[in-house]
Design a protein around this ligand. Structure first.
Ligand code: FAD
Length: 378
């Protein structure tokens, strides 16, 4: 065998897996079809929300397992990658109230520090927000911002520093199970390994088609944009006075304090614009920009209501937004992970550890046992 493990796809999931495998001294090959840290998938950009605040304790606990691993990466790299900002989960209509209650209950259940805020409390602590009467929220100090592209770059660099082979612009064309291993064919060569880990993001079904498999996922185009503060208001949107946030309403929105880019980043969660990955152009969608402009005008009037730098990105989503992770039925040496649905990045360091453990020891202490891989064979 040329390698112990071949990892296919160097987004946050694949680069985290390669980093964990290499630092455990496993002979690792990481293959990426585009340039490393490219902007055509799901892991690019200056920021991703990190939070314990989930309605489901499984994800709250998984985020708790991920944080020390992100800190371990920071220590190895000598660089801050997770910026603490605090987080706010808010609702101001009947649609969102139950979700905020579930978030508070889950934080309580996992013993995470948090604070419930009524409308008066929200106005006092976060006057930037203009919410409807009766609004409520949950403040959680453990939330922060992961520097997305930088995390991916650092994990690839740390994997290489620990001995991994890493190849960009080398698309995997096929994977073939062998007796006691796998063969991976690329445009540049053939490689054999004990295991293959498929972390191919939106291209997962393109790759699995050759194995007669298909995951129940849909790829959608999502979009964010940046909104500058009105004159004299920028300080109010800096980390500290302002937090990462999620607004539970019919159309969930989320956002960040102003960091590098001189505007507050905001996105519409699950804009539901299905795409065919083979035809994806990453062209921003004007209707989403219009929605975000209106949202800012209504809820955060101290920001300019016209955004700049609309940026496309991809979600690969399951119907219930839960993660898929496991060995391919009938091909135990091929592990497949699709931990996205628009909320996977924060868990990347932990998912990487789990996949590395499963590929080399067949078991892991990371809380992924609830994520299976339903019978995907066609
Ligand atoms: C706009 C937006 C905002 C988000 N906000 C958050 C957030 O705030 N917090 C959070 O936790 N999550 C968030 N997410 C979700 C998170 O970013 C994703 O879940 C995560 O990045 C998925 O990573 P991945 O490695 O699975 O996919 P990707 O990053 O897409 O990586 C897959 C890689 O596989 C490569 N590949 C595919 N096929 C092949 C092949 N045949 N050969 C070689 N390489 C191949 C691709 O080129 C790609 O680089 C957001 C996502 C988007 C789009």
């Amino acid at each position: 065998m040329d390698y112990d493990v071949i990892v296919i796809g160097a987004g946050v999931m694949g680069s985290a897996t390669a980093w964990q495998l290499a630092r455990a001294r496993h002979k690792t090959l990481l293959l990426e079809q585009f340039d490393f840290a490219h902007t055509r998938g799901s892991s690019h950009g200056e920021s991703r929300i990190f939070r314990f605040a989930y309605r489901d304790v499984v994800y709250a606990r998984l985020a708790m397992q991920a944080r020390p691993l992100w800190h371990a990466l920071e220590a190895e790299a000598g660089e801050q990658l997770l910026i603490p900002t605090g987080g706010l989960d808010i609702a101001d209509d009947a649609e969102g109230f139950p979700e905020v209650e579930e978030v508070a209950a889950a934080l309580e259940a996992v013993g995470a520090e948090h604070e419930r805020l009524d409308h008066a409390g929200l106005r006092r602590r976060f006057p930037q927000w203009h919410l409807a009467e009766g609004a409520r929220g949950v403040y959680s100090p453990d939330a922060g911002v992961l520097r997305a592209t930088r995390c991916v770059q650092v994990m690839i660099a740390r994997a290489i520093a620990a001995g991994a082979a890493a190849r960009e612009r080398e698309p995997v064309l096929s994977i073939r199970p062998l007796d006691g291993g796998v063969e991976v064919v690329t445009a540049a060569g053939r490689y054999r390994a004990r295991k293959a880990v498929v972390t191919a993001g939106a291209w997962v079904n393109t790759l699995l088609a050759g194995l007669g498999a298909r995951l129940p996922v849909q790829v959608t185009q999502e979009q964010v944009a940046y909104y500058p503060a009105r004159p004299g208001q920028a300080a109010a949107f800096a980390p500290g006075p302002f937090t990462v946030w999620i607004h539970y309403r019919r159309d969930h929105t989320y956002g960040f304090p102003i960091l590098g880019t001189p505007g507050m980043k905001i996105g519409l969660h699950h804009a539901n614009r299905p795409i065919d990955i083979a035809r994806y152009t990453a062209t921003p969608i004007p209707a989403i920009t219009d929605f975000l402009n209106d949202y800012i005008g209504r809820y955060l009037p101290d920001l300019q209501p016209h955004g700049f730098e609309p940026t496309a990105c991809l979600y690969t989503s399951t119907p219930d937004h839960n993660f898929l992770l496991g060995s391919l039925p009938g091909a135990p040496d091929i592990l497949v992970a699709s931990p996205c649905s628009g909320h996977g990045f924060k868990f990347g360091a932990a998912i990487g550890r789990a996949l590395a453990d499963l590929a080399t020891e067949g078991a892991t202490e990371i809380g992924v046992s609830g994520f299976g891989l339903p019978n995907v064979m066609r």
